[in-house]
Design a protein around this ligand. Structure first.
Ligand code: OXD
Ligand code: MN
Length: 587
C-alpha cells in the first residue's frame, strides 16, 4: 500500500461515498489476478474458455443496453461552457458533482471496491502519467491489467497529488443514469451505470485522450487518437509513422500490416508500437517522439480474420478477454462474423441465447464485440514498444472514409497546412448505396469524441506545437483515403497489406527521395510514383485514385466552412487563412 496522504484521503472520501463492504488493493501480482479470475468465474461474471485452445482466455457478456461508448452521456465539466467548447457536452462542475454524488451514494454496499494504481506509458518513462481507478467490477480490474501497467510498482512512483482520480461504479447499468464525466481541472474522471469497456476502462479514452489532451495543452505535448507503426526497409532502417483515423477505418489493421509478398521478399517489415493512442513530445533533438500509453489492444472482433489481420488474431490466442462475441458450445472457443465462414452450430450468441449459428439470422457476435489482448502477444510488436523515450515520428497521417473527395494520398505543404488537413478530416457513413456519397461526419484528427477542451483551442495547440519544432525535423503531414470508389461503387484500391505501397511513397517524401506535383489541395504523387508491382490496379484506376474533382471539393469546402463557423472567434486565424487558400486554389 502507500503512505501518500493525497491518495489515502481521496480513498477515504470515496469509501465514505460509495460505502463498499471491503476494499482490495490491486498489487499487480499474477497470484492476485488469478484469484480474481476464479472469483469472477464462480460468480458468473466471466466464463472460462477452452484452456487448451485458448490458454488464459475468458469470456464476458455485458447488458444488452450497455455495448458501446455513449457519446451523448459523456461530459467535459470545465468551469465555463466555453472551455469545453461546442463539440462537447457540458455541465457546471458543482451541478454535476451534486448529481453524481447522489448516484454514487451507497453504490457499493454489499460489494468490494478494488483500488487499481495504473500507469499510462512504461512505468517511469518521462511520457508516462499515473491514475488510480476505484471500481466495483472484477472485469474492469482484469481488463485494466491487460490494457495498462498496474500495481505496486506504479503506486511507488506517485508523487504528491500527481495522479488522475478515477471512480467507477457499475450499479444496475441503468442507461438513463449513465454518466461518463471528466473534470479536467480536478484531474478527476467519474463513470457510473456502465460496464462496457470504453466507458469503464478509465485509462483509455477518458484519461489517455480526454484528460491527457487537456494536460498536453497545458504542458506542451499531445495526446492523439493515433496508431504508431515502424516500417523497416531491407537495409534494416526503421522509420515511424503515427496515423489518425476515425473508428472503423482500419487503424488496428494498418498498425499490424503485413507487406505484400514481393515487398516481404525484399525484406520490408512492419512493427507495431500502438493501435489506438499516441502521446507525443518534442525531444531534446527537436524531433517529435511518440509512445503508446497502453499495454494492450481493445479491438473490435468482427471482421478480424487470418486474412484481414493475422497479427491481431494471433494476439487473441492467449490471456485475452472476449466481450460480447459468440461462443462455440462444443469446444468453448469463440466466434464472430468475419472470422471464417463456419459459424458454430451449437452456439451461444452474444446475448446468451442458445442458437444454431448455421441458420441463425442476425449477429451472433455483437458488431462492437471486443477482444482485450496483451500487446506483447502481437507477433509484430515493436522492440521499441517499451522504450521510455518513445520513437521518432517521420510522418503523421490523417485519413477517413471518402468515396469521392480525397485522393488515395496527398501531402500537406507544411505544418500549418497539415493542421488544416487534420482539422477538416471527415468520414462517410458506410451504408450509402453503390456509387452514392455517404453522409459526412466531420471528425477533426479523429478526435471529435475525445478532445477534453474546446476543439478550437485544440487546433491552436497543434499550431503551437508546430512552431516549437524545426520545420526540417517536424514530421511531414499526409492524408490518405483507402476507400475511394468508382462510379459503380466499387473500391478502387485493394487496401490492407497493399497500403504499404502508399506508406513507402510517404516515407520517400520524408527522406526527400520521391517527387510530388502541386494540386489545389496539396502535393500529390503521380501514377508512376506508387509502386504497383504484382498489383491488379490499372494505370487508369490509379489516375482516378489520385484525381481531385474540384466541384466535389467545393461542396466539401462549404461543409468545412459551416463546421468551423460554430467555433466563432475562437477559431485560429491560421485555419481561416488555410480555408481561404483552399477556396482560391479551387477556383
Ligand atoms: C474507439 C475505440 O471507439 O478505440 O475508437 O474503442
Ligand atoms: Mn479508438
Amino acid at each position: 500500500m502507500t503512505e501518500n496522504k493525497f491518495v489515502l484521503n481521496w480513498l477515504e472520501e470515496m469509501k465514505a461515498l460509495c460505502k463498499p463492504d471491503s476494499v482490495v488493493w490491486i498489487d499487480g501480482s499474477e497470484e492476485q489476478l488469478e484469484a480474481l479470475r476464479a472469483e469472477a468465474v464462480e460468480s458468473g461474471e466471466m466464463i472460462k474458455l477452452n484452456q487448451e485452445k485458448l490458454p488464459g482466455c475468458y469470456y464476458h457478456r455485458t447488458a444488452e443496453n450497455d455495448v458501446a461508448r455513449v457519446e451523448d452521456r459523456t461530459f467535459i465539466c470545465t468551469p465555463t461552457e466555453e472551455e469545453a467548447g461546442p463539440i462537447n457536452n457540458w455541465m457546471a462542475p458543482d451541478e454535476m458533482y451534486a448529481k453524481l454524488n447522489a448516484l454514487y451514494d451507497g453504490s457499493m454496499v454489499g460489494r468490494t471496491m478494488y483500488v487499481i494504481p495504473y500507469s499510462m506509458g512504461p512505468v517511469g518513462s518521462p511520457f508516462s502519467k499515473i491514475g488510480i481507478e476505484l471500481t466495483d467490477s472484477i472485469y474492469v480490474v482484469l481488463n485494466m491489467a491487460i490494457m495498462t501497467r498496474i500495481g505496486d510498482k506504479v503506486l511507488e512512483k506517485i508523487e504528491g497529488d500527481e495522479f488522475i482520480k478515477c471512480l467507477h461504479a457499475k450499479k444496475d447499468v441503468n442507461p438513463d443514469e449513465r454518466y461518463i464525466v471528466h473534470f479536467p481541472q480536478d484531474n478527476t474522471i467519474m463513470s457510473v451505470n456502465s460496464a462496457y469497456g470504453g466507458n469503464v476502462l478509465l485509462g483509455k479514452k477518458c484519461f489517455a485522450l480526454r484528460i491527457a489532451s487537456y494536460l498536453g495543452k497545458n504542458e506542451g505535448w499531445m495526446a492523439e487518437h493515433m496508431l504508431i507503426l515502424g516500417l523497416e526497409n531491407p537495409q534494416g532502417e526503421v522509420k515511424y509513422i503515427a496515423a489518425a483515423f476515425p473508428s472503423a477505418c482500419g487503424k488496428t489493421n494498418l498498425a499490424m500490416l503485413i507487406p505484400p509478398k514481393y515487398l516481404k521478399e525484399k525484406g520490408y517489415k512492419v512493427w507495431t508500437v500502438g493501435d489506438d493512442i499516441a502521446w507525443l513530445r518534442i525531444g531534446p533533438d527537436g524531433r517529435l517522439y511518440a509512445v503508446n500509453p497502453e499495454a494492450g489492444f481493445f479491438g473490435v472482433a468482427p471482421g478480424t480474420s487470418e486474412k484481414t489481420n493475422f497479427n491481431a488474431l494471433e494476439s487473441t490466442k492467449k490471456n485475452t478477454i472476449f466481450t460480447n462475441v459468440a461462443i462455440n458450445n462444443d469446444d468453448m472457443t469463440v466466434w464472430w462474423e468475419g472470422l471464417d465462414k463456419n459459424p458454430p452450430e451449437n452456439c451461444t450468441e452474444w446475448t446468451g441465447k442458445q442458437v444454431n449459428g448455421k441458420t441463425y439470422e442476425g449477429n451472433l457476435a455483437h458488431p462492437n464485440s471486443r477482444f482485450t489482448a496483451p500487446a506483447i502477444n502481437c507477433p509484430c510488436i515493436s522492440s521499441e514498444f517499451e522504450n521510455p523515450q518513445g520513437v521518432p515520428i517521420s510522418a503523421i497521417v490523417f485519413g477517413g472514409r471518402r468515396a469521392k473527395t480525397a485522393p488515395l494520398v496527398y501531402q500537406a505543404r507544411d505544418w500549418e497546412h497539415g493542421v488544416f488537413v487534420g482539422a477538416t478530416m471527415a468520414s462517410e457513413t458506410t451504408a450509402a448505396a453503390a456509387g452514392a456519397v455517404g453522409v459526412v461526419r466531420r471528425d477533426p484528427m479523429a478526435m471529435k469524441p475525445f478532445v477534453g477542451y474546446n476543439m478550437a483551442d485544440y487546433f491552436g495547440h497543434w499550431l503551437e506545437m508546430g512552431k516549437k519544432m524545426d520545420p526540417e525535423k517536424a514530421p511531414k503531414i499526409f492524408h490518405v483515403n483507402w476507400f475511394r470508389k468508382d462510379d459503380d461503387g466499387n473500391f478502387l484500391w485493394p487496401g490492407f497489406g497493399d497500403n504499404m505501397r502508399v506508406l513507402l511513397w510517404i516515407l520517400d517524401r520524408c527522406a526527400g527521395k520521391a517527387d510530388a506535383v502541386e494540386s489545389p489541395i496539396g502535393l500529390l504523387p503521380t501514377a508512376n510514383d506508387i509502386d504497383t508491382t504484382d498489383l491488379d490496379v490499372t494505370e487508369e484506376q490509379l489516375s482516378e485514385l489520385l484525381s481531385v474533382d474540384k466541384s466535389v471539393w467545393m461542396e466539401d469546402v462549404e461543409n468545412q466552412e459551416e463546421y468551423f463557423a460554430q467555433f466563432g472567434d475562437r477559431l485560429p486565424a491560421e485555419i481561416k487563412n488555410q480555408l481561404e487558400i483552399l477556396k482560391n486554389n479551387l477556383k
